[in-house]
Design a protein around this ligand. Structure first.
Ligand code: ADP
Ligand code: ASP
Ligand code: MG
Length: 423
């Protein structure tokens, strides 16, 4: 079981979470379940800690950043263990370094390598509930690492794989995966199921309900993943549908569900938006072999992910403009790295803009049907929304637009692809 920030925000909510954990551990018909629980920091806490790091040093050392931002989860894991104990359960916290969860050294965006947790397995076998702070691990140099924002989802899947769990239930503040963020589009529809491939794509373009690495790992390790709400009251008169959440399934399982009439095949499964990227334009870059390599190699060496890239056609004097996006969090570092190499790259100016958003439509139906992209371009232009860049994959089309038009664009597209719920 994994509980996100809103579910852990304060001792009252933690008590409620403890109740759900206790009920799960109690099992059915006298057969107890072994339960490992992964928790996030209280809602807003990680943002607060990130803010302190920025104030202390804008070009902060990622290893020290991890020491600071991982602390929110230490607090909630201890509090949940205490609360479970107050209900008469046996429970203890297992910090990342105590298990240990070994990760690569890439601080602030580490990946899990191995989880070898004999102590925790033994405790689970003895009937103790294990509470694990999400988001954090430990490097081979014995320093604390974190797994990128939203990383508790990945911790949960990694733990589920390591203990061979029957299921990994991600409890959050919405009751499943919707056709788009239900906080933006009131007519968004809950999906009974979504394939790993589509969920991976949706998560990687901004549907933050699951971290994309968590989905990738679940697919690879064969972890059964379910998204559900920790706020639905099972005793109240919520309908069975409200309690079910969304299952992440394989293509074969999805085919079966469609055949049985449990799911409908749509051309577009979901729409996501991402406001966390920033646009960088380098003007008057020499239009010759090697120029873009000079730009992107130092960014790659610094583990800065570049997403959309456009190189304009060369103009007079053998020069061109190169536009690309990087995470806003890495913008200052990217700018500093490029400025340092101004002479080698040979550009004239760096122009940056954080007021952009990426809107993406995702669906496996695109593999076999044309026209998805053109519907997108037409619908946006009819509302006067200007497209600044485009990128595509086999099952996705993304456009870059002005950040102020994000909500409008998502709503317009949700209607255009026939995803609005009829209620
Ligand atoms: P947690 O703290 O539980 O990890 P997050 O805030 O990381 O929660 O993720 C849940 C949020 O994801 C929801 O509150 C919702 O606003 C957002 N979200 C974005 N896209 C979707 C989607 N397609 N379906 C459901 N929720 C979505
Ligand atoms: N607390 C971390 C974050 O806010 C990890 C998580 O909640 O998944 O990104
Ligand atoms: Mg999350």
């Amino acid at each position: 079981m994994k509980f996100g920030g809103t579910s852990m925000a304060g001792t009252e909510r933690i008590r409620r979470v403890a109740g759900l954990v206790r009920a799960q551990a109690a099992g059915k018909g006298g057969v107890r379940n072994q339960v490992a629980v992964v928790v996030s920091a209280m809602a807003g806490e990680t943002d607060r800690l990130v803010g302190f790091c920025r104030e202390a040093n804008p070009l902060h050392d990622a290893a020290e950043y991890d020491v600071v931002v991982s602390s929110g989860e230490q607090v909630t894991s201890g509090l949940l263990a205490l609360t479970l104990q107050s209900l008469g359960e046996r429970a203890r916290s297992w910090l990342g370094w105590q298990l240990p969860i070994r990760t690569i050294e890439a601080h602030s965006k580490a990946r899990v390598e191995t989880i070898d947790a004999p102590g925790m397995l033994e405790a689970l076998n003895q009937g103790e509930i294990a509470v694990i702070p999400g988001f954090q691990g430990v490097s081979h140099r014995e320093r604390i690492t974190t797994m990128g924002r939203g990383g508790s989802d990945t911790s949960a899947v990694a733990i589920a794989a390591a203990v061979g769990a029957d299921r990994c239930d991600i409890y959050t503040d919405v009751d499943g995966v919707y056709t788009t963020d239900p906080r933006i589009v009131a007519k968004a529809r809950k999906l009974k199921a979504v394939t790993y491939e589509e969920m991976l794509e949706l998560a990687s373009v901004g549907a933050k309900v699951l971290q994309s690495r968590a989905v990738g790992l679940a697919r690879k390790a064969g972890v059964r993943l379910q998204v559900l709400s920790s706020f639905v009251d099972e005793s109240a008169n919520a309908s069975a549908d409200d309690l079910l959440g969304t299952l992440i399934v394989s293509e074969d399982e999805m085919d079966e569900m469609v055949e049985k009439g449990l799911m409908e095949r749509q051309l577009v499964t979901g729409i996501a938006h991402d406001k966390t990227e920033a646009k960088v334009i380098l003007t008057r870059v020499p239009d010759k072999p090697g120029a873009v390599a000079h730009i992107f190699e130092p960014l790659a060496d610094a583990s800065i992910n570049v997403d959309m890239i456009i190189q304009n056609v060369g103009r007079d004097k053998g020069e061109t403009d190169v536009t690309f996006t990087v995470p806003q969090a890495d913008l200052a570092r990217a700018q500093a790295l490029l400025e340092d190499r101004r002479d080698m790259i040979g550009f004239n100016r760096i122009i940056t803009d954080s007021q952009i958003a990426k809107i993406s439509v995702v669906g496996v139906g695109m593999k076999s049907h044309a026209g998805v992209a053109s519907t997108m371009f037409r619908s946006l232009s009819d509302r006067g929304i200007n497209i600044q860049a485009i990128s595509t994959s086999e099952i996705k089309v993304s456009v870059m637009i002005d950040e102020d038009e994000t909500e409008l664009a998502v709503r317009v597209l949700h209607t255009a692809y026939g995803l609005d719920s009829s209620e």
